[in-house]
Design a protein around this ligand. Sequence first.
Ligand code: AMP
Ligand code: ZN
Length: 483
Amino acid sequence: MIPFFFQNTKSGKKEPFQPKDPNSVSIYSCGPTVYNFAHIGNIRSFLFVDILRRSLLLGGYKLNQSMNITDIDDKIINESIKRNMSVEEFTKPWTEAFFQDLSTLHVQTLEHYPKATESIEDMVSLVETLQRNGLVYERDGNVYFSIQKFERYGELSNIDVSGMKSGVRYDADEYEKDDVRDFVLWKNQKTKEEKCWHTRIGTGRPGWHLECSAMIRKIYGTGIDIHTGGIDLLFPHHENEFAQTTGAYPNEEFVGTWLHCEHLLVDGEKMSKSKGNFYTLRDILEKGFEPRVVRYHLISAHYRSKLNFSLSKLDESKVALDRIQNTIYRLLDSTGLWDDVPKDWKEIEFVSSEIQKLNSDFLQALADDLNLPKALANLFELVRIVNQTLDQTLTESSKIFLKEALGLFVKMNALFAVFSFEKQKESLDGISEEWILEQISKRKLAKQNKDFATADQIRKELESKGILLADTKEGNTTWKKAQ
Ligand code: AMP
Ligand code: ZN
């Protein structure tokens, strides 16, 4: 097992990672609220979870990982009432869309995806434990956590609670940042249409913060090794999770390592639904970008750095990615190793000292607080030395070297998950799918600009190469090979 180091938000320091059981590392990540498509800012935080997972797996750890699905909150209730739908009917397609996006971006499936609506009993019993510990009070059927009764409030996010007036309360699921108040654990049913549960602590529904504490308890029975989320969740959401769980179980450590992913920005501002400055994954794919380019782009910055998003930066990522992919194809073409690509990175061993060093530098970069920019630099170094070798006449020893290099590309792809090792479809007569998608997006742009002559010319050029386009009702374009 490779020793990992993480920048722990709790201590503000980079610390050696010491899981309770390296053969079952417990990791919990705050997941999506399923009332709409996720935007690519949200997706950045989900890709970060994937990078954490894949890095620890490459480091030899075994994982027991969860991400919750928030399928009940103010927004969901309001939207479903507006549409005259049940909460279940309303959230189902959005939950499916979320999983579809993850799969499009090659995000690995975790061990657990608990839903809030399936964990009500766990939430109720957590509130009961807090009641026994004297940390909650009731007002108008709502149950609140009294942060003044919990001495350690503020410990995680270093927020100062001294100025807080006693009994100032928050009822909503959305919060003002930095405003310190008692937060709601259980909300009374206000109107008959509102979804509710009849429980020992009243008829109503849980407040948003409660679910993560309850689900962690349900799945792991005790504290966990790592908790992740976007940086905006540090306060108050994670502070409140910490207060609930530590208030209920004061002798246990809730979370060993807290990791927070920085925001995706647009023109210097956080990408968010409320600002309207967002793209969904589908928006980006419709512009002709491939999922692998989106994935590569969103993972390439360090998770603790802000990343400013623009379509031209996505273009740059495509160029970088193509350069690596072309090297892989060139290696496979020159060596004829197409049918000899290792299937499982765990079985790959390296003999060449140069490859061994790159492999170890790559793993060290991941172990050093998931330093993706450094890991990418190792990948580009591999590309450089492979191209250099391919530029010369191949000898027996250089072929052995290239076979090892191929193994390292495969191993690195266990992290990046953006490269292909399969022959491109020959049936396309030398043109690539990428090129076709590029033409489709150029044609779309031409049509948007009412330049129908160019749009027609692009269609004809594709037809001359045996590619037929079809425009869908939704305004997308699909292609197929002519029979
Ligand atoms: P939500 O569905 O709003 O509960 O958010 C899901 C996750 O996305 C949370 O971990 C948020 O912190 C994260 N998130 C929201 N906006 C951004 C952004 N612009 N960049 C990165 N992560 C974000
Ligand atoms: Zn949470």
